[in-house]
Design a protein around this ligand. Structure first.
Ligand code: FES
Length: 96
């Protein structure tokens, strides 16, 4: 995770991606749609994540920008509330 990343949303977004196409996925949480890089990271130390998928289908893209399987959702967003959107905070889950 980029240390400058803000939480774009506290839920992922289903996004259809085409096989073989190179995408730049926003890692900073500042792009307009939260999914694709639009250059808004330039004021941060974040860089977009290059992604090429093998199958054309919808993928759940992480919008909290804290997934351990970034750019795909791993459920980490469930630790964040609506009040956390737009903030750069990190909540480490308690060990079970
Ligand atoms: S706009 Fe977020 S990584 Fe480029």
């Amino acid at each position: 995770m980029c240390k400058d990343a803000i939480i774009f949303n506290n839920k992922p977004k289903g996004t259809k991606l085409e096989a073989g196409v190179e995408y730049l996925i926003c890692a900073c949480g500042r792009s307009k749609d939260g999914v694709f890089c639009d250059g808004s990271h330039k004021t941060t130390e974040c860089l977009p994540k290059k992604l090429v998928v093998e199958k054309t289908k919808p993928y759940l893209i992480c919008l909290c920008k804290r997934s351990k399987n970034f750019p795909f959702c791993d459920g980490t967003h469930s630790f964040y509330t609506d009040a956390d959107i737009g903030k750069n905070i990190n909540i480490e889950p308690l060990p079970l």
